[in-house]
Design a protein around this ligand. Structure first.
Ligand SMILES: O=c1ccn([C@H]2C[C@H](O)[C@@H](COP(=O)(O)OP(=O)(O)OP(=O)(O)O)O2)c(=O)[nH]1
Length: 151
């Protein structure tokens, strides 16, 4: 079992605001909530940084967390992430913030405790590089960007 230490920065998390948890056995993401005192209006085109009240210290360099939009919020209301995807490094110890971007034409009001994004833990490999004169051949070679056609 990998070691993931969760630190709570805001007393409301785990009390009036529940701790993140997996909704079903098969859930990949943990819903992250807005830990704010008052409703926060995000105007069309605006981006706001929203605290989650949680600091996590992953510690294990073989693990990271990514923040992703919630599908319903993004699709129906246009509330997605200002950085498109957030990456939480294993050595980060600060509070997790969600960059919320309203890409729609209507204002969106984030409510205190609302689930605004999801966090997924992913395995990570750190690579090292060696400069070489050429690569051993592969079937694809340099082909990319649709070289295999559309069929
Ligand atoms: O949506 C996000 C993205 C990042 N972070 C935190 C965790 C992450 O480990 C740290 C740094 O993120 P990143 O490396 O993406 O930021 P940067 O813009 O490259 O700045 P830095 O110089 O701090 O690395 O900020 C968040 O709280 N929310």
């Amino acid at each position: 079992m990998r070691s993931i230490e969760l630190k709570i920065l805001d007393a409301r998390v785990g009390d009036s605001i529940p701790l993140p948890h997996y909704a079903t056995d098969g859930s990949a993401g943990l819903d992250m909530r807005a830990v704010i005192d008052d409703a926060l209006t995000v105007e069309p085109g605006q981006t706001v940084l929203v605290p989650t009240g949680l600091a996590i210290y992953i510690k294990d360099p073989g693990l990271a967390a990514v923040l992703l939009p919630r599908s319903g919020l993004g699709h129906k209301h246009g509330l997605v992430l200002g950085n498109l995807t957030g990456l939480i490094d294993s050595d980060y110890q600060g509070q997790v913030f969600i960059s919320c971007w309203n890409r729609s034409n209507a204002a969106y009001e984030i409510q205190p405790g609302e689930r605004i994004a999801q966090m997924v833990f992913v395995p990570v490999a750190q690579v090292s590089f060696e400069v070489v004169e050429e690569f051993a051949g592969s079937e694809r070679g340099e082909g990319g960007f649709g070289h295999s056609g559309t069929g």
